[in-house]
Design a protein around this ligand. Structure first.
Ligand code: 4NP
Length: 157
């Protein structure tokens, strides 16, 4: 059974699509493409059905990561059953998810940056900034995803 990993942000057009694309790219590069099912979602519904933000697509493409198949969707309470690991981009996302989490939920829910070798809490929202913000966020998410992949393959989880 593949390990199911879900990344969650607010809009599902900037940070979590990048995390989904980067994690999948790293897993495939490590020959572990079939070991994981990767998805992303937003706590908000406003962008449902949209493609990732063009600035996210550009920074991904520069790094050979493909976001073309992705379309935004809102997080569903069913996701707590479907996924083994749910990684929230910031503390607001985490609080929103904790409020919706049923007591018997199976998924392990935590901040993505619990996997940041440099420490920290939030993946900053680049939506209202310039392209530079997307470069910074890309690097941050990538180093967290590398660590997450190492952890999950070590756990065999
Ligand atoms: P994301 O960024 O949560 O990383 O996808 C945002 C996208 C859209 C909005 C906020 C954040 N918005 O307010 O529309």
């Amino acid at each position: 059974m593949p390990t199911r990993v879900l990344f969650v942000c607010l809009g599902n057009i900037c940070r979590s699509p990048l995390a989904e694309g980067i994690f999948r790219h790293l897993a495939e590069g490590a020959g572990l493409g079939a070991a994981f099912e990767v998805d992303s979602a937003g706590t908000g519904h406003w962008h449902a059905g949209e493609r990732p933000d063009p600035r996210a697509r550009d920074v991904a493409k520069k790094n050979n990561v493909d976001l073309d198949q992705q379309r935004a969707r809102q997080f569903s309470p069913d996701d707590f059953e479907t996924f083994d690991h749910i990684l929230a981009m910031d503390r607001q996302n985490l609080d929103d998810l904790l409020r919706r989490k049923p007591a018997e939920a199976r998924a392990d829910l935590r901040l993505l940056r619990t996997h940041d070798p440099e420490g920290g809490h939030d993946v900053p929202d680049p939506y209202y900034g310039g392209r530079r913000g997307f470069d910074d966020v890309y690097g941050l998410i990538e180093r967290c995803c590398r660590e997450l992949l190492t952890t999950l393959r070590t756990d065999g989880a």
